[in-house]
Design a protein around this ligand. Structure first.
Ligand code: ZN
Ligand code: ZN
Length: 348
């Protein structure tokens, strides 16, 4: 028994690695089959298929590792993510490591990236390009990339705001539950949340005719930005004043209190400034996390299941209240009709 107990952590790591490799293989095969079924057979389509079967894991791993190395170089080991994790491995770190492992095995959020890009390409192929959808087909890359980025961030801003509404918060809270932000928190998210936030930008850009490689490069840039804004890298204050959100603005967004986390939704602070949701805290950031103790327990698969159940339960109770309200309106309408009918019937 004691020998098994001694080897249990090693067995757990091996089992986790085996599971990760198995899932990566299954997701790659599924993506390749899906691409074939959708008939994506262009040079860009092949690029996407190629990313699905291996490169996306490498990109995600390189981005996360790169930001961590920069943290160590600029902040020193003790203040960096590996320094904090080795000093005290908290449940929040275990969750971040789980989601980072999922990201580097092409599951999430890269799977959402490729899934949405694939969806966009499939929709675009279904619509006749000569029908006038491909407005930006001849746009040069130097214009297509920034235009795709600005458009995608505008759409993601509104999706992100919607994810903060009561109906969607139980899913989005998985991302917000991190109590210590690390670059790996960028990968932490419910798959439905990842899919919804990644969907509109690429789909609309592709429908407007943006080249696939422009859309893909923007999605990779978005992931780099996310890793940086969850890190403890030094970030110029002047950039966060209106040009580009960074760790300072994003830490306010991760505040436990609603009056904090309902701010700074976009990568480009211009959208938050324009729609009244911008907040800069030059001092110490508010504590991160969510109040609900059912999140960030250190057991992310269970947290995902619980979050999904809370979300479905919430939607069901909202639908129940809507039905009850509808019935009450219908009842009031019938009773307000009756008095008019009654004198006519009983007065004679
Ligand atoms: Zn949020
Ligand atoms: Zn975040």
């Amino acid at each position: 028994m004691s020998a098994i107990a001694r080897f249990r952590p090693i067995l757990a790591v091996l089992a986790l690695l085996g599971l990760a490799i198995g899932l990566a293989w299954a997701s790659a095969r599924t993506l390749a089959a899906l691409g074939k079924w959708l008939g994506i057979d262009t040079p860009d389509g092949n690029l996407i298929a190629g990313l699905g079967v291996g490169t996306s894991e490498a990109i995600a791993a390189a981005i996360l590792a790169g930001v961590v190395v920069l943290e160590i170089a600029t902040r020193g080991f003790a203040a960096s993510t590996p320094g904090r994790i080795t000093r005290s491995l908290r449940p929040t770190h275990r969750s971040d490591l789980f989601f980072a492992l999922a990201a580097v095995t092409a599951l999430s959020p890269m799977i959402a990236l490729i899934g949405t890009l694939g969806a966009g390409m499939a929709i675009r192929q279904a619509i006749d390009p000569s029908a006038g959808w491909r407005l930006s087909a001849d746009w040069p890359l130097w214009l297509a990339v920034p235009a795709t980025f600005v458009l995608g961030d505008f759409l993601a801003y509104w999706v992100h705001r919607a994810l903060h509404r009561d109906a969607m918060w139980p899913l989005h809270a998985i991302h917000h539950a991190a109590r210590d932000l690390t670059p790996m928190t960028a990968a932490r998210g419910h798959p439905i949340d990842d899919f919804l936030v990644n969907l509109p930008g690429p789909v609309v850009a592709l429908l407007l005719g943006a080249p696939e490689h422009a859309v893909l490069s923007v999605q990779i840039a978005v992931f780099v930005h996310s890793a940086v804004s969850h890190s403890s890298l030094p970030f110029p204050l002047w950039l966060e004043r209106g040009l580009l959100a960074g760790p300072r603005l994003h830490r306010v967004h991760h505040g436990v209190r609603r009056e904090d986390h309902d701010h700074n939704f976009a990568i480009l602070p211009a959208w938050d400034l324009l729609f009244g949701t911008y907040r800069l805290e030059p001092g110490a950031p508010p504590p991160s996390g969510v109040e609900d103790p059912r999140y960030d327990t250190g057991n992310p698969p269970r947290d995902l299941v619980v979050a999904t159940a809370i979300w479905i339960g919430g939607l069901a109770s909202m639908a129940g209240s809507a039905i009850r309200a509808g019935r009450a309106i219908a009842r009031r309408a019938t009773t307000s009709i009756r008095p008019a009918e009654t004198p006519a019937g009983t007065g004679r």
